[in-house]
Design a protein around this ligand. Structure first.
Ligand SMILES: [Zn+2]
Ligand SMILES: [Zn+2]
Ligand SMILES: [Zn+2]
Ligand SMILES: [Zn+2]
Length: 302
């Protein structure tokens, strides 16, 4: 009974990604992500008195009710005649893979998979110049549109961290996050904390972007040995910001640069909080098991 409640618990503590407040009648689809520090993972005691991970029983995703699809999070703000959308390609129902469950219909085992620290399970990085439509107003004036120069009409960029897979691997511990010993887990927790603090210390303003990118890359560097996806995200940040610089002749570039850096920060923060939580659960289990084994050894020696 208790484990049943525990399994549902994360779903009660949703948080919502702030969607841009819109005066339009159409609203952003509601995507419910599990708060990263609320993930639960049950254990059972085996006949040797050791804690083993219980099988992961995935509940239906609440955002898509298990279908793996939701209304597109990108083009709901476009006009009806928009032809292109980076996310749903303007398919008939304007449906896209559910970002809460990465299109699976259920939440994956948090000991094995986690939301991508770059794209946050969108599978792509949105072009902030055109907002995903691939079209911008041309210099000629009036209402004429042409292909967006930043994304070359794509509306976004493929995510280099997950390569479009939306989810990434968890901390690289030996033999695995699940089975690592308490000391290794403790070290990884400290690294997650250190990286989070360094990322948090960077406050992007759009006025000193090159310096801010450097600081973020440095912060990523602190965690990338334990969390390999951070290495790819750091590279992705440099790639994406390079493209954003290409839009400097357009109005609002400072805001665009700050928004880009803040999106990286937010998505990586979720990733690290999630990892810290799972490492803590694994540490609790490893520590308990190591204690039992030490006691058994001591008793044998008597
Ligand atoms: Zn879903
Ligand atoms: Zn769309
Ligand atoms: Zn674009
Ligand atoms: Zn990604």
């Amino acid at each position: 009974m208790m484990s049943r409640i525990a399994r549902f618990l994360p779903w009660l503590v949703f948080f919502f990604v702030a969607a841009a407040a819109s005066a339009q009648k159409d609203k952003a689809p509601e995507i419910r992500y599990v708060a990263p520090d609320k993930f639960e993972r049950a254990t059972t005691k085996d006949d040797k008195g050791l804690l083993q991970w219980a099988e992961w029983k995935a509940d239906k995703c609440q955002s898509c009710t298990g279908t793996g699809k939701t209304r597109c999070s990108t083009c709901w703000r476009f006009t009806e005649d928009a032809k292109h959308c980076v996310e749903c390609k303007r398919n008939k129902d304007r449906e896209a893979a559910c970002r809460a469950c990465a299109g699976l219909g259920h939440w994956p085992d948090p000991l094995e998979k986690v939301h991508c620290p770059q794209c946050f399970a969108a599978g792509f990085v949105l072009c902030l110049l055109c907002g995903g439509s691939g079209q911008i107003k041309t210099d000629g004036g009036g209402d004429r549109f042409g292909a967006c120069s930043m994304c070359r009409g794509e509306g976004g960029f493929k995510c280099g961290t997950c390569n479009g897979a939306r989810l990434v691997e968890v901390a690289a511990l030996k033999p695995s996050l699940k089975e690592a010993n308490a000391a290794a887990l403790q070290k990884a927790i400290a690294q997650a904390e250190q990286t989070m603090a360094a990322l948090d210390a960077v406050k992007p303003t759009g006025k000193a972007t090159r310096k801010e990118v450097k600081d973020l890359v440095k912060a990523y560097g602190l965690g990338q040995a334990t969390f390999p996806p951070l290495k790819r995200t750091s590279k992705g940040l440099e790639d994406v910001i390079g493209k954003v610089y290409g839009g400097n002749q357009f109005q609002g570039f400072e805001e665009r640069e700050a928004n880009t850096l803040n999106a990286f920060k937010q998505h990586t923060d979720y990733f690290l909080k999630h990892q810290k939580r799972m490492l803590e659960l694994a540490h609790k289990r490893a520590e308990a098991n190591e204690k039992v084994l030490a006691e058994q050894k001591a008793n044998k020696g008597k």
